[in-house]
Design a protein around this ligand. Structure first.
Ligand code: SF4
Ligand code: SF4
Length: 137
């Protein structure tokens, strides 16, 4: 059976929330309900602060089954202006991104409860700093 999941490129994500908004739009979700969540974090300290963003599918995500039945990609994937998101068989995604610094299962995510486990993530250097603060945007 195909193990579907997402590839997320934290190195390229600019934290614009377009994926989150596209998901809300296509599912007509009310205020306060999100199947995709974008969060931003700062790390380090002056003079070398870091910033990274996470875009994660959350509880309720149906992998855009209606769109995929029509041969289209999930709305969050199509909407991303930086092409940070990909969807498909996780093994195929691993092969496609071989050589990149990847982690499985969304680690090191600040709050692991935020994420579904089916994610393959390209890391950004500053994500490895154990000290971080969430930025509310
Ligand atoms: S796959 Fe569809 S439901 Fe899941 S996060 Fe992306 S847009 Fe939302
Ligand atoms: S994944 Fe893409 S659309 Fe979502 S916040 Fe990052 S850059 Fe924006």
């Amino acid at each position: 059976m195909t193990n579907y999941g997402f590839y997320f490129d934290a190195e390229s994500c600019i934290g614009c929330h377009t994926c989150q908004v596209a998901c809300k739009d296509v599912h007509d979700l009310p205020v306060g309900t999100n199947y995709r969540i974008v969060r931003s974090f700062c790390t380090g300290a002056w003079p070398a602060p870091g910033l990274y963003h996470l875009s994660l599918s959350a509880r309720g995500c149906d992998l855009c089954s209606d769109l995929r039945e029509c041969g289209e990609a999930p709305a969050c994937v199509t909407a991303c202006p930086m092409r940070c998101l990909e969807f498909g068989d996780l093994d195929a995604l691993r092969r496609a991104h071989e050589g990149e610094r990847l982690v499985d299962h969304a680690a090191p995510v600040a709050n692991a409860d935020m994420a579904n486990p089916n994610i393959l993530m390209r890391l950004k250097d500053c994500m490895l700093d154990p000290d971080y603060d969430e930025i509310i945007i």
